[in-house]
Ligand binder design. Structure first.
Ligand code: SF4
Length: 699
C-alpha cells in the first residue's frame, strides 16, 4: 500500500470514520476506522463499498457543457466560457426581474465550506435569500421544533448516551436500515443490558423491530395522539418530574389540560393499537433512569411534522429526561452534513451560526462581516416553493447543486413540469444520471467524496475533517471552487480563498460568541483530533461538548424550555372511498437517496434490485393481487407501476414504496414521488412525504 487516509463516510448523518488505503496504482480500499468514536471500526454495506463509487468514473461528468437555446444539444465548453455565460445570464435576470428571480437549490451532501460560500454568495452578495437545500425535505421540522422547545436548533445528546440509557423509543424510523451503525450500538447496548427497553412506533414492522420489546404498529399520522396519550398516563400516574417542570420549563399546565382531554382508550382506537401497549410504553419511560427518543423522517416528513416533534420532546420535558447522561430527544440526521449546513445558515430562513433573518442585529452582524450588500429580511423560497415559483414564473433561473429533485421532491411530475418553464437552469453535479440534466442549460462537473477536502457535522454535533485522497476526473472541480469562481465572475469580492481552510477559518470566526461557537477550531486541530463536538470555543483541549443543557438552562429568553400544547390532529389529505389506502415512502438498506452513487455498485443491488410495493395480504386479496404481480398505484398526482410484495409486516390499509428509483429507460413509473403531494408543514415547510391517499389495483 502506498498511502493511508482517515476520513468520514459521505452517506448518512451517523458520520462513521473510514480508513482509505490507496495502492501504487491509485486503487482505493475502504475499511472502518477502529479509533473513531462513532463507529469503532464498523461500517454498513454502503460505507464498505464507498471506494467503488469513486473508482468507477464511467458515469462522471468530466467537462462543463452549455447550450444557447433549448433546441440545441449542449456542447463541451471551457470553465471560463461556462461561468462567464452563467454570470452574464444571472446579471441580466437580476437586472430585469430583481434578485428574487434567481434561486440556488443545494444539498445536505455539500461540505460545510461549500454551504458557507453558497450562502454568502446568495444572501450576502446577490441579495436574495433564495437558497434552500434538500435538508428541507429531511430535517426542517426537527430544526423548528428544537428552536421552539429549547430555544435553538441544538441536538442535546450524543451517541455515548446510548449505552447509558435504559429506555429507547424509536418514533417512526427504521435506523437498523437507515442509520445502521448507530443501530449496531443500540443492539450491543441492549445485549449488554437486557433490561434496556426498546420501543418502536411504526406502521411497518421493520428490521428495527427485531429487538423491540414493544412495537406500536400505529396508523400513519397518529403520532401526536400516541405521544399525548403517553404524556397523559405519565401525568395521571404521577411519573413527571415536578421540580424540573417547575424550575426549568414553561407551559406545563396548558399541556396537562390538553393531553388529559382524550382517554387512553380513545387514543388507542385512533392509533389502531392496544391500550395496554400505550400503558406499557409509558410505564417503561416512567421506570427509566435514562430515556432517549430517536426519530427521523417518520415524524419530520409530515404536514404536522413540527407538532409531531414537539409532542415527543414534551415527553422529555415533563420527565426531566434531558441534559443528563443517557437521556434526551435525538433527531437522527438523514444527510451526512445537514447539520453543518444549518451551522452556516444554509436554509432560506437562516443566517450563519444559527442567526436568523428576522433579527435585525443578526443581519447587521453578518452583513458587516461579509462586507457585501444588504441582507434581505424576507425569508427566501423553500425547496418546494422554488418549484411553485418556477411554475408561476416568479423564478426565472435555478442553480441545482448535488441534488436530484426530480426524484426526491413531492408531486414530482409537477416539479418536472415547473423546471421545464425555467428560463435558465444550471446543474452542478458529479454524475450524468440525474433527471435534472435534461433541463440544464449549463452543466458544471463537480468533484466527489475523496476528491476534495472539507468538513461535515454528523447527527451528534460532531465535526469531522474529510481528506482529499484523489484528484477529480476530467475537469471536475470542488463545489466551493466553482461557486467562488462564479462569484468573482459576478464581480463580488471576498471569494478569493486560496484553500478550503481559508473558508473554514472565516466560518469559525463568524461563530464566535454564539451558542455554536467553534472559534477555537481549525483544520490543523481537526486533522489531529479527527473530530470534535460543537460548541468548541477558544481552547484546543478536549473534544468539545458531548451533551448540552447539563445546567438545565435552555436557550430561550427565560432559559426555560417550552412545553407546547396543540391539538393532536393530522392535516394530511385523508383517505376516501376512491383512494382508500395510505401510501408511505422510505429507504431500503443498501441504497442511498436517488442512487446516483450506490446505484452503480453491483453488490448493493443484491439486497433489493428493483422498486416494489409492500402491501398487506388482506389488502392484496381484496384486489386479487398475488406476490410479484405488477400493480398500479395511483391518485390525482400520478401513477406508479411496480411488483407487489405481500407482507403481513405492514399494517392493513397502508402501502409502502421505496423512494430511491427515478426514471428508468424514460419510464418514470418506479418513482414513488409521482404519488406524493405538495402539502407541507406550515412552520417548517417540510413536505408530507409519509402520507398520501392512493388506490392500488392489479395491472
Ligand atoms: Fe456511512 Fe451511515 Fe453506513 Fe456509517 S451508517 S457507514 S455513515 S452510511
Amino acid at each position: 500500500m502506498q498511502a493511508s487516509f482517515k476520513t468520514t463516510c459521505c452517506y448518512c448523518g451517523v458520520g462513521c470514520g473510514v480508513v482509505v488505503q490507496q495502492d501504487r496504482q491509485g486503487r482505493l480500499q475502504v475499511s472502518g476506522d477502529k479509533d473513531h468514536p462513532v463507529n469503532r471500526g464498523m461500517l454498513c454495506s454502503k460505507g464498505m463499498n464507498l471506494h467503488y463509487t469513486v473508482m468507477d468514473t464511467s458515469d462522471r461528468l468530466l467537462y462543463p457543457e452549455m447550450r444557447y437555446n433549448r433546441q440545441l444539444p449542449r456542447q463541451r465548453v471551457s470553465w471560463e466560457q461556462a461561468l462567464e455565460r452563467t454570470a452574464a445570464v444571472f446579471r441580466t435576470i437580476i437586472a430585469q426581474h430583481g434578485p428574487d428571480a434567481v434561486a440556488f437549490y443545494a444539498s445536505g451532501q455539500c461540505l460545510t465550506e461549500e454551504y458557507y460560500v453558497i450562502n454568502k454568495l446568495v444572501k450576502g452578495f446577490i441579495g436574495t435569500n433564495n437558497i434552500d437545500t434538500n435538508s428541507r425535505l429531511c430535517m426542517s421540522s426537527a430544526v423548528a421544533a428544537y428552536k421552539m422547545a429549547l430555544g435553538e436548533d441544538s441536538v442535546p445528546i450524543c451517541y455515548d448516551d446510548i449505552e447509558q440509557a435504559d429506555c429507547i423509543f424509536v418514533a417512526g424510523a427504521n435506523p437498523a436500515w437507515c442509520h445502521p451503525i448507530l443501530w449496531r450500538r443500540v443492539e450491543a447496548a441492549k445485549a449488554a443490558n437486557p433490561d434496556m427497553k426498546i420501543i418502536v412506533s411504526d406502521p411497518r414492522s421493520t428490521q428495527t423491530c427485531a429487538i423491540a420489546d414493544i412495537h406500536l404498529q400505529l396508523n400513519p399520522g397518529t403520532d401526536i395522539v400516541l405521544h399525548h396519550a403517553i404524556g397523559c398516563w405519565l401525568i395521571g400516574h404521577g411519573h413527571t418530574d415536578h421540580d424540573f417542570i417547575q424550575q426549568h420549563t414553561e407551559g406545563f399546565d396548558a399541556y396537562r389540560e390538553t393531553v388529559m382531554q382524550r382517554s387512553l382508550a380513545e387514543a388507542a382506537a385512533i392509533c389502531g393499537i392496544p391500550e395496554t401497549a400505550i400503558r406499557e410504553t409509558a410505564a417503561c419511560i416512567a421506570r427509566a433512569n435514562g430515556f432517549i427518543s430517536m426519530w427521523t423522517m417518520g415524524l419530520n416528513q409530515s404536514a404536522v411534522g413540527v407538532r409531531k416533534n414537539l409532542s415527543l420532546i414534551n415527553l422529555h420535558l415533563i420527565t426531566g429526561h434531558i441534559g443528563k447522561p443517557g437521556s434526551g430527544p435525538f433527531s437522527l440526521t438523514g444527510q451526512p452534513n445537514a447539520m453543518g449546513g444549518r451551522e452556516v445558515g444554509g436554509l432560506a430562513n437562516l443566517l450563519p451560526a444559527h442567526r436568523v433573518l428576522n433579527n435585525p442585529q443578526h443581519r447587521a452582524e453578518v452583513q458587516a462581516f461579509w462586507g457585501g450588500g444588504a441582507i434581505a429580511e424576507k425569508p427566501g423560497l423553500t425547496a418546494t416553493d422554488m418549484f411553485t415559483a418556477l411554475e408561476d414564473g416568479r423564478l426565472k433561473a435555478i442553480w441545482i447543486i448535488g441534488s436530484n429533485p426530480l426524484v426526491s421532491l413531492p408531486d414530482v411530475r409537477r416539479a418536472e413540469a415547473a423546471l421545464q418553464k425555467a428560463k435558465f437552469v444550471v446543474v452542478q453535479e458529479i454524475s450524468n444520471k440525474p433527471e435534472t440534466l435534461r433541463y440544464a442549460d449549463v452543466v458544471l462537473p463537480a468533484a466527489a467524496w475523496a476528491e476534495k477536502e472539507g468538513t461535515m457535522t454528523n447527527a451528534e454535533r460532531r465535526i469531522s475533517y474529510l481528506h482529499q485522497i484523489t484528484t477529480p476526473p476530467g475537469q471536475a472541480l470542488p463545489d466551493a471552487e466553482i461557486i467562488c469562481r462564479f462569484a468573482q465572475k459576478m464581480g463580488y469580492h471576498g471569494f478569493d480563498y486560496t484553500s478550503p481552510a481559508g473558508i473554514y477559518e472565516e466560518h469559525v470566526r463568524l461563530t464566535a460568541g454564539t451558542r455554536i461557537d467553534i472559534s477555537g477550531l481549525d483544520y490543523e486541530t481537526l486533522r489531529a483530533k479527527r473530530s470534535v463536538q460543537w460548541p468548541y470555543a477558544g481552547t484546543k483541549a478536549g473534544n468539545g461538548t458531548p451533551r448540552l443543557f447539563t445546567d438545565h438552562r435552555f436557550y430561550t429568553p427565560t432559559e426555560k424550555a417550552i412545553i407546547h400544547s396543540f391539538e393532536d390532529g393530522n392535516s394530511s389529505a385523508p383517505v376516501c372511498p376512491e383512494l382508500p389506502l395510505i401510501l408511505t415512502t422510505g429507504r431500503i438498506r443498501d441504497q442511498w437517496h436517488t442512487m446516483t452513487k450506490t446505484g452503480k455498485v453491483g453488490k448493493l443491488k443484491q439486497h433489493i434490485a428493483a422498486a416494489f410495493l409492500e402491501i398487506h395480504p388482506a389488502d392484496a386479496a381484496e384486489r386479487n393481487i398475488a406476490q410479484d404481480d405488477i400493480v398500479e398505484v395511483r391518485n390525482a398526482q400520478g401513477t406508479v407501476r411496480v411488483k407487489a410484495q405481500l407482507s403481513s409486516r405492514i399494517k392493513k390499509g397502508v402501502v409502502f414504496l421505496p423512494m430511491h428509483w427515478g426514471k428508468i429507460l424514460h419510464s418514470d413509473l418506479n418513482r414513488a414521488n409521482n404519488l406524493t403531494h405538495n402539502r407541507v408543514d406550515p412552520v417548517s415547510g417540510q413536505p408530507d412525504l409519509k402520507f398520501a391517499a392512493v388506490q392500488v389495483q392489479r395491472y
